[in-house]
Design a protein around this ligand. Structure first.
Ligand SMILES: [Fe+2]
Length: 213
């Protein structure tokens, strides 16, 4: 389930809101010019599907978006846990790449065909952390300060759309804010606890914690 948490970007970040309500997530992200939508999941796509299988499964949607937005390149970035001895190093290196706050000269558009990853969008005095799941499309506007966390055990496949072959190059801000906001695995634990039967957030819901004193 897609999960959005909103944090006050302070020295000790404070949770302002958490929600799994798709309409609320879309509205919050629209408020910072971030496009978010859900595509119906393709049926019959096997776990660990390769690039061509994913692109074929979503061909009509991908072609529609590409024609509308003028993308010149579409590919798939994927990482799934393996039993290889060096998996931890491979995973850590991949995770590290965009784990610090940065911007791009072009929009960053991702469609999650499988797995999950968290985009952190730092706009004004807030950070919106959106854990994207399979079926989620997110577009981070160029120039938006953000980072991405795939967790300690990355497991995802995301279609990437580019207007320029080098549009994904990151310009890092030097901020340490990413170290102060709960990471992918922290948020996964929080979402799992919320989803326990009998808790307030067991169904899609929005909560706004009382302000800290
Ligand atoms: Fe990025």
């Amino acid at each position: 389930m897609t999960y959005l948490t909103t944090w006050a970007a302070e020295a000790r970040p404070r949770l302002l809101e958490e929600t799994t309500d798709p309409a609320r997530i879309r509205a919050v992200l629209a408020g910072i010019a971030v496009r978010f939508e859900r595509w119906p999941l393709a049926s019959g796509l096997p776990a660990g599907a390769g690039t061509e299988e994913i692109l074929t499964a979503y061909r009509s949607r991908i072609d529609e978006l590409t024609a509308a937005e003028g993308f010149v390149l579409v590919d798939v970035a994927a990482l799934h846990p393996t039993t290889a001895e060096n998996w931890r190093e491979v995973a850590a290196a991949a995770r590290e790449r965009f784990l610090a706050e940065h911007t791009h000269a072009d929009d960053e558009i991702r469609f999650f065909a499988a797995g999950s990853g968290v985009f952190y969008l730092h706009v004004g005095s807030r950070v919106q952390a959106v854990r994207c799941e399979a079926g989620d499309l997110i577009s981070v506007p160029k120039g938006t300060t953000h980072w991405f966390d795939m967790g300690v055990d990355p497991d995802f496949a995301a279609v990437r759309f580019f207007r320029a072959p080098d549009g994904w190059v990151g310009a890092f801000t030097g901020s340490d804010i990413a170290t102060r906001i709960p990471d992918f695995d922290d948020l996964a634990r929080r979402a799992a606890a919320n989803a326990q039967p009998g808790t307030a957030n067991a169904q899609p819901a929005t909560r706004r914690p009382a302000a800290a004193s």
